[in-house]
Design a protein around this ligand. Structure first.
Ligand SMILES: *Cc1c(COP(=O)(O)O)cnc(C)c1O
Length: 360
């Protein structure tokens, strides 16, 4: 068997220890005589798995008790709809910050339901920066302000939680949740799809302050009402049980690796090393403003784009895969989420140096 270093943006690498545990437990979970995917979601075995996952993520993120933690289906994309449907609460206006491709998708969906005020946009800068906070145009009467804490495609990441006063703050943290310490109490809603930093696809984590639950817009389907999921402990219908279980194993892994603080320190070292290698070379370049470079997604270009295909094939030979940049950006992108070990970064850096030395 030979495992590669997988730099995919999502679904992305999962810690090997997690996969090994899942493998060990595949046929017989904890003496139950069956796989987790065969269990009733209402049986005591699965309920214990579900409750442990919730308790662990509450501990890891220090989630205050007045927040509900929901394990939902439909990915982060469904949250693009659920956020306005649940948070508008009679208001017809929401503010959005536009920092790239994922912000734009969230804005497009919100426009179906309300008047969207784009409070700030870095589109004129080709999404290579984040607009200075004092330039944001926030309507204090809007129902909420939404931003994307890490733009997975552009490789742009907020380094701090924006200070937006009393307005309800909503964040799409799909690609950087659990990668750095954050103060959950500053948020109304945090949501994230599972397949970047928490394991498999098919499940999204939504953390919502409980006073905001229960006043959906007219016509909201039951499945899109946070209250139904909150009241049923995310078992309003059959949840994505196996994804939930794997997510729980990932939470366990983070706990064993120093918690979010330990993971954050490791992420900082990994990203700093890779950016230093890019900046130290005349052949590779990263176009993002230095102060907002992402620790999770590192896009880079080669000085000669005709060498892109050769770079990808040599990388693959070296066991480094899924480095092709998003089709909208071109070049390369190394996604280096929590599960990417430091050795993967070292292997990429030495392959890049060797390629530059021999092919550039
Ligand atoms: C991947 C991603 C999404 C979409 O997630 P799905 O689970 O495919 O719906 C949304 N926002 C961000 C920032 C992402 O990285």
């Amino acid at each position: 068997m030979s495992r590669v270093y997988n730099f995919s943006a999502g679904p992305a690498a999962v810690p090997q220890e997690v996969l090994e545990t899942a493998q060990k437990e595949m046929l017989d979970w904890n003496g139950s005589g069956m796989s987790v995917m065969e269990m009733s979601h209402r049986g005591k075995e699965f309920v214990s798995i579900a409750e442990k996952a919730e308790a662990d993520v509450r501990e890891l993120m220090n989630i205050p008790s007045n927040y509900k933690v929901l394990f939902l289906q439909g990915g982060a994309t469904t949250q693009f709809s659920m956020v306005p449907m649940n948070l508008l609460r009679g208001n017809n206006k929401a503010c959005y910050v536009n920092t790239g491709a994922w912000s734009k998708k969230a804005i497009k969906e919100a426009k179906i339901h309300c008047d969207v005020q784009v409070s700030a946009s870095s589109e004129d800068d080709n999404f290579m920066s984040i607009p200075a906070q004092d330039s944001w145009n926030i309507d204090p009467n809007a129902a909420y302000l939404h931003y994307t804490s890490n733009e997975t495609i552009g490789g742009v990441e907020f380094q701090n939680i924006p200070d937006v006063g009393d307005i309800n703050l909503v964040a799409d943290m799909s690609s950087n949740i659990l990668s750095r310490e954050i103060d959950v109490s500053k948020f109304a809603v945090i949501y994230a799809g599972g397949q970047k930093n928490m394991g498999p696809s098919g499940i999204a984590l939504t953390i919502v302050r409980d006073d905001l639950i229960g006043e959906t817009m007219a016509g909201t389907p039951s499945m899109l009402d946070y209250k139904n999921h909150a009241d049923a402990d995310s078992m309003f219908n059959t949840p994505a049980t196996y994804s939930w279980y794997l997510m729980g194993l990932v939470f366990d892994w983070i706990k064993k690796n120093g918690g979010v603080k330990g993971i954050e320190e490791r992420n900082m070292r990994k990203a700093a090393k890779l950016y230093a290698a890019i900046d130290g070379s005349d052949f590779y370049a990263n176009p993002v403003e230095v102060s907002v470079r992402s620790r999770m997604n590192v896009p880079f270009t080669l000085a000669n784009s005709e060498l892109d295909a050769l770079f990808l094939s040599e990388a693959k030979t070296a066991g480094l895969v899924t480095l092709k940049g998003h089709r909208s950006v071109g070049g390369m992108r190394a996604s280096i989420y929590n599960a990417m070990p430091g050795e993967g970064i070292d292997a990429l850096i030495s392959m890049m140096a060797e390629f530059e030395r021999t092919k550039a």
